[in-house]
Write a new protein. Structure first.
Length: 125
């Protein structure tokens, strides 16, 4: 499903850019059809923006799912290891290392977690 979603979205983004550039190219030709050029340019821009939006929506959905999974893993990892590292959560969730760090830092700012050192955290009791 992800391959289909990202593949189609990438096709829309690249296809939209190509169509928009072809419209700009056609605008400088001697025989111009302004309605066709405007339609091509508008269609290319809409395809580009639509593909980009679908990719962003999929990334946001993946991040939210990863944050929910990380929240479920926190108590278990704290009970088993006492210390939670970025790598532990990164291996168990679809979050990247940077997303995991940001999520853990947000937990520190909210007072749920305590920073123990470089990429090491513990649940506050």
């Amino acid at each position: 499903m992800n391959l289909l979603r990202y593949g189609c979205s990438t096709f829309l983004v690249l296809g939209g850019l190509i169509v928009a550039f072809l419209a700009v190219y056609d605008a400088f030709q001697p025989s111009r059809n302004w309605i066709a050029i405007a339609g091509m340019f508008f269609g290319g821009v809409v395809a580009f923006l639509g593909g980009t939006a679908v990719i962003e929506i999929a990334n946001a959905r993946r991040r939210r799912r990863g944050e929910a999974e990380a929240a479920q893993w926190l108590p278990r990892l704290a009970a088993e290891h006492g210390v939670i590292t970025v790598q532990m959560l990164e291996e168990r969730t679809p979050l990247s290392a940077a997303q995991t760090r940001r999520w853990l830092e947000r937990g520190v700012a909210e007072g749920r977690l305590e920073r123990l050192g470089h990429e090491r955290y513990a649940l506050k009791s």
